[in-house]
Design a protein around this ligand. Sequence first.
Ligand code: SAH
Ligand code: CA
Length: 220
Amino acid sequence: MSNQSLQLTPSLYQYLYNVGLREHPVLKELREVTSHHQYRVMQISAEQGQLMAMLAKLINARRTIEIGVFTGYSALAVALALPDDGDLIACDINSEYTNIAKLYWEKAGVSDRIKLHLAPAMETLQQLIESGEENQFDMAFIDADKTGYDAYYEQCLQLIRPGGLILIDNVLWSGRVADENINDEDTRALKELNRKIHQDNRVDMMMLPISDGLTIAIKR
Ligand code: SAH
Ligand code: CA
């Protein structure tokens, strides 16, 4: 026994998938389709999708934001957890990826809850702020270009209501954030943001070692 997060062996990981996960059939199908995509590693894991859906339910989320859609798995996981009148503002710049997403959102019957904005996320978020949507959202998920994360975090802090959640993906960056010799642009951006959020008294925070690292911040 150990109080450290377990190293999951392949068979233990399979066990987790077998008895620890309830995945909507369309989510499962989309995960299968994306597993053949050149950039499949960008998709969140099924257990992370389930965690995000559960967090959305816990806070009764109705209005949410996603920055970085790809083939739509994380957006679908969250959209399925929203009430019928819920909505998810989905930001991406790549229509080739999001055309796949749209097929599966439709198939799962939640496409009316998801509003895709094909534009740089910073512009979409700025438009929301300028149209008076400050404090109007319950949850945001940041998972696009890493050098944009800090700006997205600041914009989300404006858009999320007190008590709402900001989730930030890839904060452990395959371990590179803990290596002082790795300082490429993306790694540096993540290192700096991680340090900033740790000290940020606008939020309560924790970093979870799920998948590639997920920070959960609650806006105070
Ligand atoms: N959350 C997704 C994975 C996102 S991958 C999932 O679980 O499957 C990162 C995505 O960010 C890519 O689809 C990429 O097109 C998008 N992206 C990159 N730069 C962006 C920008 N400036 N604005 C919006 N989206 C961007
Ligand atoms: Ca990611």
